[in-house]
Design a binder for this molecule. Structure first.
Ligand SMILES: NC(=O)c1ccc[n+]([C@@H]2O[C@H](COP(=O)([O-])OP(=O)(O)OC[C@H]3O[C@@H](n4cnc5c(N)ncnc54)[C@H](O)[C@@H]3O)[C@@H](O)[C@H]2O)c1
Length: 345
């Protein structure tokens, strides 16, 4: 995949670029050519750390210095994306950090801009490319657990939200910025649900955050249960912090833990366990690589393959991402509308 003919220009030199984009690209051998941030010192700092040759003060300056063989990698708050798309050249290729806007209205607007400028855009919903998730998909393709009957994402952790100060102003938080990963993940296994039930919750210790816990059901009919439970306010030590994806089929099951979320940002090792028909014990496999940073290879690799014409479009293309945003929107509407009132006695 390391083809010097395609290089990456990074817009935004913040936490996620330092922690995941650049470490992933270094592992994959992707060619990162330039970086820009409105805070030039941050861009300079990451350029020095990851040996990036070109550093720019602005996107305008960056775009002016490129040929057509680049992929823009935009890792900015969602509110900045429309402005960036407006400034990119026609026919550009760009990978956009999630979420795709703060609402379905913003997501549609971003799609319109991308389509009108014939921009090939993908969104960085990378959990579907985490090594453990790819292994689970391989096992499912091989029929090892039979027909899918249940997907459960369970997260009970203490997340230090203060690391992302921009989240404190958002009208929508937990689902749009965190559970969105699990919604996209479940879609990558099961496609679009027929509907979404949800409730998202606040916590007294974080009054400024719009929400910090959610329960979401994605409706795939009577035979398949798909649920997401997140509680980011489990501030009671590590003993009962948990974070896993469990997938059950008619012939077996897979349970993978997401260690990165425990004791964040230190994390603990992931686990991958499975049980299949004909072998009654749970077994463990060591999976090379983790959600952070390895899954970030997958989203960029899709962009590179599409740019080189080796695939028609990236799996994480912006039109597919819109469907994840539609599910997010449905979840917020469901949460606002509330449950069914108790029948009268
Ligand atoms: N996919 C994931 O798992 C994941 C994880 C964390 C964050 N994110 C997303 O990545 C984005 C950035 O998050 P972060 O934690 O790196 O934030 P951050 O605040 O650490 O960094 C954002 C950077 O963007 C720069 N910036 C803002 N607007 C700009 C503009 N118009 N032009 C140039 N530079 C600009 C800021 O100066 C800052 O350096 C957010 O949208 C967030 O949701 C995704």
């Amino acid at each position: 995949m390391n083809d010097p003919a395609v290089s990456i220009c990074i817009i935004g030199a913040g936490g996620i670029v330092n922690d995941a984009h650049l470490p992933a690209y270094r592992i994959a051998g992707f060619n990162v050519k330039s970086i820009a941030d409105r805070d030039y010192q941050k861009a300079e700092g990451l350029a020095a750390k990851f040996f990036i040759p070109q550093v720019y003060h602005s996107l305008e300056e960056m775009v002016g210095g490129q040929d057509e063989n680049v992929i823009y990698d935009c890792a900015l708050p969602a509110s900045e994306i429309a402005g960036v798309l407006q400034q990119l050249p026609e026919d550009a290729t760009v990978l956009i950090q999630k979420p795709l806007g703060e609402s379905i209205g913003e997501a549609k607007r971003l799609l319109e801009i991308a389509h009108s400028k014939k921009i090939r855009a993908g969104v960085n919903f990378q959990l579907r490319f985490a090594p453990a998730v790819l292994e689970a998909k391989k096992m499912i393709r091989e029929g090892k657990i039979g027909e899918l009957t249940d997907i459960e994402v369970y997260v009970n952790v203490h997340t230090p939200w203060k690391l992302w100060s921009f989240l404190f102003e958002k009208p929508r938080m937990e689902i749009n910025y965190h559970s969105i990963h699990y919604i996209d993940l479940i879609r990558s296994f099961l496609g679009n649900p027929s509907g979404v039930y949800a409730k998202t919750f606040k916590h007294p210790d974080s009054p400024q955050l719009a929400s910090v816990k959610s329960t979401i059901i994605m409706d795939y009919g009577a035979q398949i249960r798909a649920t997401i439970h997140t509680n980011h306010h489990h501030d009671f030590g590590y003993q009962h912090q948990e974070s896993y994806i469990k997938i059950e089929g008619t012939r077996g099951a897979i349970k993978m833990s997401l260690g990165v979320l425990i004791n964040y940002p230190l994390g603990i090792p992931d686990t991958f366990e499975y049980i299949t028909a004909g072998f009654p014990e749970w077994q463990s496999t060591k999976i090379e690589g983790s959600w952070f940073p390895h899954a970030f290879i997958g989203t960029m690799e899709q962009m590179i393959l599409a740019k080189k014409g080796r695939i028609e479009k990236p799996e994480n293309n912006i039109d597919d991402a819109l469907d994840t945003m539609r599910c997010v929107e449905a979840a917020y509407i469901s949460s606002e509308q509330g449950g069914i009132s108790l029948p009268a006695v």
